[in-house]
Design a protein around this ligand. Structure first.
Ligand code: 5GP
Ligand code: ZN
Length: 113
């Protein structure tokens, strides 16, 4: 795990955050700078730099199921929500540890910026 990776430090428990949900493969917590009334991040426990570097389908599947569990846990399931994986420079990725954003609590627009 890269020393400086903030999400590795969160996943390992070194930086304490309130977890919304977790399973064997990942953890879910609230984004520090929410872009919607509900804004959660789903991250794998182990360091994977981005979706482009992901190779483990079981891990990715478990993370998406975890995203659905977390959305349900915070009451987003009925009205819906958006799941986003910003990937690489053009994708707007700023933290280089794979994460899925869950955004909800308001209507999302399309196309995104
Ligand atoms: P990206 O821009 O890479 O798709 O998303 C990174 C997200 O991580 C941003 O929405 C940012 O607000 C969030 N973030 C960055 N550092 C921290 C942190 O230390 N704690 C939490 N909870 N969120 C963070
Ligand atoms: Zn990491």
């Amino acid at each position: 795990m890269p020393e400086a990776c903030i999400f590795c430090r969160i996943a390992s428990g070194e930086l304490p955050v309130a977890l919304i949900a977790e399973n064997d493969h990942g953890v879910v917590f609230r984004d520090l700078h929410p872009q919607a009334p509900a804004h959660l991040l789903v991250i794998p426990r182990r360091h994977v730099a981005s979706l482009a570097e992901a190779t483990d389908g079981a891990e990715l599947g478990a993370l998406l199921l975890l995203a659905a569990d977390a959305a349900r846990a915070v009451g987003l399931a009925d009205r819906g929500y958006r799941v986003v994986a910003n990937t690489g420079a053009d994708g707007g990725q700023t933290v280089h540890h794979l994460h899925f954003h869950i955004l909800g609590g308001r209507a999302m627009h399309w196309p995104p910026g």
